[in-house]
Design a protein around this ligand. Structure first.
Ligand code: HSE
Length: 323
């Protein structure tokens, strides 16, 4: 399918930006931990055109499913956020090239929003800092998920393993990752809408679950600083969201168990799923874990999986081209 657009226009300068997919939550860090992958990712081109504000918007690579209404599109909302923040009435045309599968649990709407914000800022010479760019991206991301959570947008923007603190002012902390860490992801041919996967969580958790969760979250931060794999194995556990969501992903428990049996150090649901991630020591271990997960999805749920083997993407969003 070719690009769908609500308008076309003459072009001026342009900036093309790549923003990577991300694995969020990582066990105990619901809405606060995220890890950028090297691929897949979304690209957004923002072009200066005659007119005011968002003059046109087109999307490719989405099978015609991402809204092309600028008021409902993550990248366009982020671009508008940058225009507003800079007080600019420039006219821009936006082209979104989706590389991240929809509803995959890999932070696709966050990546589009991040790429849009970075491209618009670069085009307009805004010089916004990372926090401002993140806040603009979150305007777009929150429309997609129906909730304000920055655990995909922050790593997609800044790269690496990121802790993003809840509440205001916006604050993110980039944490180290062990150099030999390789992430395996199995993305089954299934979809889980984040909004629906959040509604089922309810609003309160038992104290005992809270204690396990904050203990493991604190432990995981320490584990990454220390490069302590035993502690990583112990702390990548989710006492809150994953148990409630497991039923949304057919075969999930067996897929996770198969990754661990194949040598992964830790595994869990990527964001709200259906993708499953595994943290591994080295590429060989990651390939073995990925193959085991794909086989388990096939056996348990009868679905094929796409596999991603990736180190942590230290750089995050990057400008690919400026004209
Ligand atoms: N932290 C979010 C959630 C990520 O689990 O709902 C969604 O991708």
């Amino acid at each position: 399918m070719g690009p769908r657009a609500f308008s076309t226009d003459q072009s001026g300068g342009s900036v093309r930006v790549f923003a990577p997919a991300s694995v969020s939550n990582l066990g105990p860090g619901f809405d606060i931990f995220g890890l950028a992958l090297e691929r897949p990712g979304d690209e957004v081109v923002v072009r200066a055109v005659a007119g005011t504000g968002i003059v046109s918007l087109s999307v490719t690579g989405d099978g015609g499913r991402v809204p092309t209404d600028p008021l409902r599109n993550a990248a366009a909302l982020a671009v508008q956020g940058v225009l507003d923040r800079l007080g600019s009435d420039a006219g821009v045309a936006i082209e979104v090239r989706k590389g991240i599968p929809l509803a995959s649990g890999l932070g696709g709407s966050a990546a589009s929003a991040v790429a849009g914000a970075v491209a618009a800022d670069a085009l307009l010479g805004g010089g916004l800092d990372r926090i401002a760019l993140l806040e603009c991206a979150l305007i777009g991301e929150s429309k997609g998920s129906g909730a304000d959570h920055a655990d995909n947008a922050a790593p997609s923007l800044a790269g690496g393993f990121v802790l993003v603190l809840p509440g205001q002012p916006t604050r993110m902390v980039k944490l180290p990752t062990p150099p030999e860490m390789v992430v395996a992801v199995a993305h089954p041919a299934l979809e889980v809408e984040t909004l629906g996967a959040r509604v089922i969580l309810g609003e309160t958790i038992p104290l005992a679950a809270g204690i396990r969760q904050w203990g493991n979250a604190a432990g995981l931060v320490a584990a990454f600083f220390e490069g302590d794999w035993e502690l990583i194995a112990r702390c990548v556990r989710d006492a809150v969201a994953e148990p409630a969501r497991a039923g949304l992903v057919p075969g999930f428990r067996r897929v996770k168990a198969s990754a661990l049996a194949a040598g992964a150090v830790a595994a869990g649901l990527s964001g709200s799923g259906p993708s499953v991630f595994a943290l591994c020591r080295g590429s060989l271990a990651a390939e073995t874990a990925a193959a085991a997960m794909a086989e388990a999805f096939q056996l348990e749920a009868g679905v094929e999986s796409d596999i991603v083997i990736s180190g942590a993407n230290a750089a995050g969003a990057r400008i690919l081209e400026t004209e």
